[in-house]
Design a protein around this ligand. Structure first.
Ligand code: AMP
Ligand code: MG
Length: 422
């Protein structure tokens, strides 16, 4: 008697371990985009195309970290108060217009350059609240350490330092760093041009009335949102029917002016899955059938000069494989070097069994226990079509191929959505 399969993902063929697939991709994928110069303020989210080097020290001069009085430490009494004349006022942006003199104190403000003069100039700054003013004199208590409250030239960045590496994605702090070393424009990689399609006779755009038997397209929306978040230039191609000819023509045309084509649906092994055959007829499918759950049908390949990623149709699988596989590919194609998202250890709040030999991602929400521990809970047990399980989650627990089960309180690896979707 034929055995009934209760696992809708049951498949007899060889499955590729995820790490092997990712290693293979890393070896094969190269940056597809050229370089453009953009205003530094517009560089946020972009990938830097050259190492950023400082051609000046930051700060460019020793300066005061506080409002107070700058003095030569060696002019102070070690054991009791010192009384020094206040001989000049130095505000930020207004350096002292003469050399400093031993025995003098200077009223100085935060960010103002330290005066220069004999013996290296004043080296120590008293905070104003620690001093007592007496007419043109200031009384300085003993006990302050030499060099206090002085920021040294180059203590942040030295001339020639590499302050941001080629391939880094520019965050607000890198934008600020570029400005602080005097870069008004930056070389960044051009945005990857990505065409996005949905496939399926049942798929209908939310802008239209949905006929009986149809469902609204969610993948084209979530995928475009994920792509924009990665800084891609996205073209929405729309929804294609389950027809190999139409799919072939659309892929062929989009490959002419896009670096990457992303479809969803139609990549399984069913009679109505035509995407893989269309891609194969125009180029090649290089990777298909990974040992993962959800998202096993994900396919990667080539259409003409464009890269191709076929996401699974199920909305959760499409999003999860985008985060865990497509995202890294897109970053590599875009010239990025930081392609692996950080995972964090958390405790698990449920028991879970899985198949050996496949990587599995479980949608979870973190809750803080009374003792402060973060514990991953599973708000849903739904399958890879249940999009509410993504809405209710804040990340994925990642279980390795070698894991067969996890039990309450075990430490597991957690990938926050905030690491892969900002
Ligand atoms: P497929 O891989 O084409 O067999 O699709 C798997 C499942 O995902 C089916 O239940 C489809 O109806 C569903 N699906 C495919 N594409 C989309 C889409 N763009 N939005 C929402 N659900 C989809
Ligand atoms: Mg389909």
């Amino acid at each position: 008697m034929a055995q009934l399969k209760d696992d809708c993902f049951a498949f007899g063929g060889e499955l590729i371990p995820l790490d092997d697939a990712l290693d293979d991709l890393q070896r094969r994928i190269t940056c597809m985009v050229s370089v453009e110069q953009v205003a530094t303020v517009d560089a946020v989210g972009r990938i830097l195309a050259e190492d950023m080097r400082a051609d000046r020290d930051v700060p460019p001069h020793d300066n005061s970290a506080v409002d107070g009085y700058a003095v030569y430490f060696d002019d102070l009494n070690r054991d009791h108060d010192s009384r020094l004349p206040v001989c000049a006022r130095i505000a930020a942006g207004h350096p002292l217009d003469r050399p400093s003199t031993r025995g003098e104190a200077y009223r100085i403000f935060t960010g103002a350059p330290m005066p220069e003069g004999p013996d290296g100039g004043p080296d120590t700054i008293y905070m104003e609240e620690d001093c007592e003013r007496d007419g043109d004199f200031v009384i300085l208590p003993a006990g302050l350490k030499s060099g206090s409250n002085r920021r040294k030239r180059g203590e942040d960045v030295k001339t020639g330092d590499r302050v941001v590496g080629k391939g880094s994605r520019m965050r607000p702090q890198e934008v600020g760093m570029a400005a602080s070393v005097g870069c008004a424009t930056l070389p960044v990689f051009e945005k990857l041009k990505v065409a996005v399609f949905s496939t399926g006779d049942e798929i209908c755009d939310p802008s239209a009335a949905a006929p009986t038997g149809s469902i609204y397209d969610s993948n084209r929306y979530s995928t475009q949102a994920q792509l924009r978040d990665l800084g891609c230039r996205v073209t929405d191609i729309g929804i294609l029917p389950d027809d190999q000819k139409t799919i072939t023509a659309a892929l062929k045309s989009a490959a002419l002016d896009h670096h990457l084509l992303i479809t969803s649906g139609g990549v399984s092994a069913g009679e109505e899955d035509h995407v893989k055959a269309a891609v194969a007829s125009l180029g090649a499918i290089n990777l298909w059938r990974l040992a993962i759950k959800p998202g096993r049908p994900i396919a990667l390949g080539q259409v003409g000069n464009a890269a191709f990623i076929g996401l699974p149709g199920n909305p959760v699988a499409a999003m999860v494989t985008f985060m865990t596989i497509a995202r890294g590919v897109i970053l590599m194609l875009s010239g990025g070097t930081e392609i692996v998202a950080q995972r964090y250890p958390v405790k698990i709040g449920f028991n879970h069994e899985k198949k050996l030999g496949r990587r599995e991602w479980v949608r979870v929400r973190l809750k803080k226990e009374k003792n402060g521990d973060l514990v991953a809970h599973k708000p849903h047990s739904g399958g890879s079509g249940i999009l509410t399980s993504m809405v209710d989650a804040d990340g994925l627990v990642e279980l390795t191929e070698e894991t067969q089960s996890v039990a309450i309180s075990d430490t597991v690896s957690f990938l926050p959505f905030s690491e892969v979707m900002r």
